[in-house]
Ligand binder design. Structure first.
Ligand SMILES: Nc1ncnc2c1ncn2[C@@H]1O[C@H](COP(=O)(O)OP(=O)(O)OP(=O)(O)O)[C@@H](O)[C@H]1O
Ligand SMILES: [Mg+2]
Length: 326
């Protein structure tokens, strides 16, 4: 496994039963590409955590094979495997009596990195996860929940793992902090090559973060595995459809930036309509969903979309509706 790039993860016919009960995972086939961010979502008890923990062998499968970076995980010594797989959980699990710097340095220290190498890496990581370096000498109890969560991510990434596993990392923080942490994860994903698998029970989080989303149903059945747009455009069955909720089309619009949509050319009439208040002007960074909300609130059916240079074009409520039929 190379630590320079993310590793592909492959489940082939994987099953897991605990005791005599019904299987938690039943013949799961799933492949995650190198460098992808995949989210696992589904109702409580459907096997998301179990599937995740099979990857770093916190749990052993009852049948089938799991490979990471092309190697069967059971053929790799567990310590070696886990060195290349960062793991972040909801409770974070920072060491309370160690400073933030010492917490982040845990794995590099274990691997015998030199002091200057460790110091450099720790500083690089706090910058990467958006923490202030002045926090490095504090202890975990002196940090907010959101800050602790960032430290957990920094610690998991310290030795440049090929894979990062995250189990409901944001469910204990308030919605505002959660939105920040989600943005940071997306930015981080753009900068590091690591393959990321994130478990959540929140469908909004799953579609916002995932390059692809795996929707699990009870009994560890993979009900659908698709990009967020494919998922919301064409749910595979009734279970997925009900899980996505009645507003799945609006969620789909939330994933599209106005600036990326096909716009009708700007005309003098459009500028006049904005001036007269019969149309409104919106920033191209806003989503299609924002545009629907703004149009409904202002009682208009057309928006002028603005970019860095000026009005780029217009978009109507009917255009957005047509987009969903495509
Ligand atoms: N150690 C265990 N012993 C026995 N049964 C277990 C064990 N771990 C999980 N299970 C069972 O396996 C099934 C899947 O559990 P899992 O923790 O993977 O669900 P989950 O999708 O992560 O749920 P949640 O959203 O509530 O975290 C459940 O029925 C659970 O009770
Ligand atoms: Mg779980």
């Amino acid at each position: 496994m190379s630590s320079e790039s993310g590793a592909a993860i492959e489940f082939v016919g994987v099953s897991k039963s605990f005791g005599d009960g019904a299987p938690a995972i039943d013949h799961l086939d799933l492949s995650i590409e190198s460098g992808e961010l995949v989210t696992f979502v589904g109702p409580s008890g459907c096997g998301k955590t179990t599937t995740l923990r099979l990857i770093n062998r916190l749990i052993e499968p009852s049948g089938g094979t799991i490979s990471v970076g092309g190697r069967d995980v059971t053929s790799v010594p567990v310590e070696e495997l886990r060195r290349d797989i960062g793991y972040v959980i909801q409770q974070v699990g920072l060491f309370p009596h160690r400073t933030i710097a010492q917490n982040i340095a845990t794995v590099p220290k274990l691997l015998g990195w030199s002091k200057p190498e460790i110091t450099e890496r720790v500083e690089e990581l706090v910058d990467l996860v958006g923490l202030d370096r002045s926090l490095l000498t504090r202890h975990p109890a002196a940090l907010s929940g959101g800050q602790q969560q960032r430290v957990g991510v920094a610690r998991a990434l310290a030795a440049r793992p090929a894979v990062l596993l995250m189990d409901e990392p944001y469910s204990a923080v308030d919605p505002v902090v959660r939105a920040h942490l989600q943005d940071e994860l997306l930015a981080l994903h753009g900068r590091v090559e690591t393959t990321i698998v994130l478990v959540t029970h929140d469908i909004d989080e799953a579609v916002r973060l995932g390059d692809r989303v795996a929707v699990f149903a009870n009994g560890g059945r993979l009900a659908q595995y698709a990009t967020p747009d494919e998922l919301m455009a064409a749910p595979a069955d009734e279970f997925v459809e009900s899980f996505l909720g009645a507003d799945r089309q609006l969620r789909r619009l939330a994933l599209r930036r106005l600036g990326e949509l096909p716009l009708e050319a700007a005309t003098p009439e459009l500028a006049a309509a904005v001036a007269a208040g019969t149309s409104i002007e919106l920033d191209g960074d806003l989503s299609g969903r924002n545009a629907v909300d703004a149009m409904l609130a202002a009682g208009v059916t057309c928006v002028a979309v603005r970019n860095e240079v000026g009005i780029a074009g217009s978009l109507t409520l009917a255009d957005l509706s047509d987009l969903l039929k495509a």
